[in-house]
Design a protein around this ligand. Structure first.
Ligand code: MRU
Length: 349
């Protein structure tokens, strides 16, 4: 069965599968303005670090299309592009791929400032498409390097959704799983449900089922038990931002899993493209952590499950210290400690 596409672009229009609705219904949200793209990122119609980077890049191209269609004078373009990038950047703070993609779009804009607005629109559409195409190629490489780490018959635990839906296609952590499965390794994936937004239950379990990859869904608080039972030989998760020393921000709950993996002697891997590395940050302490709406914790699908006035914390991510990370699987190979050296070398390649 053909995989449902996370996003599809044509000039002036970005179509997104609504990830808030999966797997109950497959609905498409059509964005025809950069503000609609920004809203889709903020409200998590599209989510996952590489996916929001690519969507934001398309958002810039759509912004240019709006400018051209409105027939606005070229003299207004610099201020307009600043505004477009500012609005798209203000959507979600943790995943660095968003800012990486917007920086890349800005550099291309500035390097081609002598072109007319409609020529610039085309150039930025090409660049956004290149970001999307490179993402898919990168993920396949991550899958190939990562699959070498997967023993035959392994139980693999993953958290959140680092799959095709979190990227343009194929995924990062799920790329490792896809390639291992294609190689006939007879794996079993344990997918954490991933409270509060349930990306594991709604998206990872669904995505793996679509590809007929064996998957068992567990709630987050079952991870220690399944590890203790000897069912897990490897943990692999994605990342939203990796600091220069290897500290990694990923979906809330990842840090706890890393500690559990260490206690049980299970290797713990991060799978992420180099665009998720933020070498400007010395350690994970500098990574901004998004706090999301408290109703995600107090309500389930609109149903209240907690006292109305209870105090709530809802950090969307946590930071796993690099000492818990066995390796970081990238498109240029598996990085090993000391990460300050291996990350710097990977970025030079
Ligand atoms: O809040 P989300 O759903 O955008 O968070 C996504 C994650 O934490 C993923 O694990 C991460 O982005 C890696 S995606 C390839």
């Amino acid at each position: 069965m053909a995989r449902v596409m996370t996003m599809e672009f044509q000039p002036g229009e970005l179509r997104l599968i609504d990830q808030r609705k999966l797997p109950i219904s497959s609905e498409i949200v059509v964005c025809r303005s950069y503000t609609e793209v920004a809203a889709a990122i903020k409200e998590m119609v599209v989510r996952g670090a590489p996916a929001i980077g690519a969507a934001a890049a398309y958002g810039v191209a759509i912004g240019l299309a709006e400018f051209v269609a409105a027939g606005r004078p070229a003299a207004e373009l610099d201020a307009y592009v600043d505004k477009v990038i500012e609005v798209l950047a203000a959507t979600r703070p943790t995943a660095v791929n968003l800012f990486w993609a917007l920086d890349r779009m800005r550099r291309v804009y500035e390097a081609n400032r002598d072109l007319s607005p409609s020529e610039l629109q085309q150039r930025l559409e090409q660049e956004a498409q290149a970001i999307a195409d490179e993402d898919v190629a990168t993920n396949r490489k991550i899958g190939e390097y990562g699959a070498e780490l997967v023993p035959r018959g392994a139980g693999i635990l993953t958290h959140c959704n680092a799959g095709a839906l979190a990227t343009v296609d194929y995924g990062t952590a799920l790329a490792v799983i896809r390639v291992a499965h294609e190689q006939g390794k007879e794996i079993m994936v344990y997918a954490d449900e991933t409270r509060p937004f349930l990306q594991g239950a709604r998206l990872t379990a669904w995505e793996l089922q679509q590809d007929q990859i064996p998957v068992t869904l567990i709630t987050d608080n079952m991870a220690a038990y399944v590890m203790q039972q000897g069912r897990v030989q490897l943990v692999v998760v994605g990342a939203d931002r990796i600091a220069a020393n290897g500290d990694t921000a990923n979906k809330i709950g990842t840090y706890g899993l890393a500690i559990l993996a260490k206690e049980h002697g299970i290797p713990f891997y991060i799978a992420a493209p180099r665009s998720t590395i933020d070498a400007s940050l010395k350690s994970g302490a500098e990574i901004p952590i998004e706090e999301r709406h408290h109703s995600e914790v107090t309500h389930l699908f609109g149903h209240q499950i907690a006292p109305a006035d209870v105090a709530v914390l809802n950090p969307a991510f946590d930071v796993t210290p690099h000492r818990y990370i066995t390796g970081i699987i990238t498109e240029v190979g598996v990085l090993r400690p000391p990460y300050t050296d291996s990350i710097a070398a990977a970025l030079r390649k």
